[in-house]
Design a protein around this ligand. Structure first.
Ligand SMILES: [Zn+2]
Ligand SMILES: [Zn+2]
Length: 364
């Protein structure tokens, strides 16, 4: 099969590799579409260490073509979307119903759950990004990282639910539980930021401020109807702009979907006492944070989300349903389609901010 193999920082090419076979508890899917996420970029650029060679891609959606022994919930022909969350249903965190924190699947090892690799090229082992490696014609994925969805959902639109789109939606809907009538500021108006705004609007937020250093991105959030106000962070005073639209009080919720030095301080400063501040994304990054203790003493909650804090089997079909009903505009944030051969360009476009959400669509 053809797959996008990364053999070191910046070394990405489409290669012909061996067809993978699902083992115990695994399914094989024909990938129909796969989103291009900043996390792919972090690995392909070497920002976050992973074992090479590795097949990138972790926002895959497709159709099951084969199931391994012991697979009970999925069968060939099922339309599915993958997830970065794969609850084992038996660890401490899964039993306390926080599946995003599952202790049974270490992140970014490049290996499958049994500690081996499933991909190869003439005997050479090839790693898999986060149990998925979906920049490929086929992917072998543990059953628990795969969710069946309705057959008529357009896979190129819903594949983002595997990671970026769900992270944003879930941050607002499941983590912060944004309340109707509230005010929200989202720093970063890329794919995850837009999804966060979409989630906040879905929950009934009436004021949503989109912030970005690229003015056109913040404006696009307003044009799409996800935000009510746009702030150009390259010239405007973000905190002041938020105060202006919240009667000088500050926002009820702030989301930092950027995670570079200064943005989290800005998010906290833009909120009112008693507000909730949520850190999103940058799974393996770090920023130094200087926070006034008085900001926290005044009842602010500072938290984060992994993968939108969802339970994939429960929540992904709900998101798909809302999308099909036209209540979540997942199609609105998709702006660029690529072929598998164009994957290196897709990553380059994302790196240079030329695209909001890119999707690789495979022609099978
Ligand atoms: Zn678990
Ligand atoms: Zn991702």
């Amino acid at each position: 099969m053809r797959a996008v193999v990364c053999r070191g920082p910046g070394k990405i090419a489409v290669e012909e590799i061996d067809d993978p076979k699902p083992l115990e508890g695994e399914v094989k899917l024909r990938i129909a579409a796969v989103g291009v996420c900043h996390t792919d970029l972090n690995f392909s650029s070497g920002n976050v260490p992973v074992p090479f060679p590795i097949v990138l891609g972790h926002e895959g959606a497709g159709v099951i073509v084969e199931v391994g022994p012991g697979v009970r919930g999925l069968r060939p022909g099922d339309h599915v979307v993958c997830s970065i969350i794969g609850p084992c249903e038996e660890c401490f965190q899964c039993l306390r119903d926080d599946p995003a924190l599952c202790e049974g699947a270490p992140m970014f090892t490049g290996k499958m759950l049994d500690g081996t690799t499933r991909l190869s090229k003439g005997g050479e082992p090839i790693h898999t990004l986060h149990y998925q490696g979906s920049f490929a014609e086929y992917a072998v994925v543990p059953e628990r990282f795969v969710t069946k969805i309705r057959d008529d959902a357009p896979l190129e639109i819903v594949c983002g639910l595997a990671c970026g789109v769900t992270t944003g939606l879930g941050a607002a809907i499941h983590r912060a539980k944004v309340e109707p009538g509230s005010s929200v500021v989202v720093i970063g108006s890329g794919g995850v930021g837009l999804s966060t705004m979409m989630g906040a609007r879905f929950r009934g937020a009436t004021t949503v401020v989109a912030v970005d250093r690229i003015a056109r991105k913040a404006r696009k959030a307003v044009e799409l109807g996800f935000a009510t106000h746009a702030v150009d962070a390259s010239v405007d005073d973000v905190v002041r702009a938020v105060q202006d639209v919240t009667r000088g009080r500050g926002a009820d919720y702030a989301f930092d979907a950027v995670g570079v030095p200064g943005t989290l301080e800005q998010a906290i400063a833009a909120t009112r006492p008693g507000a909730t501040v949520v850190v999103i994304g940058r799974a393996m990054g770090s920023v130094e944070l200087r926070v006034e203790t008085s900001a926290l003493l005044r009842h602010r909650t500072l938290t984060g989300t992994f993968g939108g804090s969802v339970h994939p089997r429960r929540h992904l079909p709900e998101f798909v349903e809302l999308c099909m009903q036209g209540r979540l505009d997942l199609a609105g944030i998709l702006d660029t389609r690529y072929t598998l051969d164009e994957a290196p360009r897709a990553l380059d476009d994302l790196h240079h901010g030329r695209v909001t959400r890119g999707v690789i669509v495979l022609e099978n």
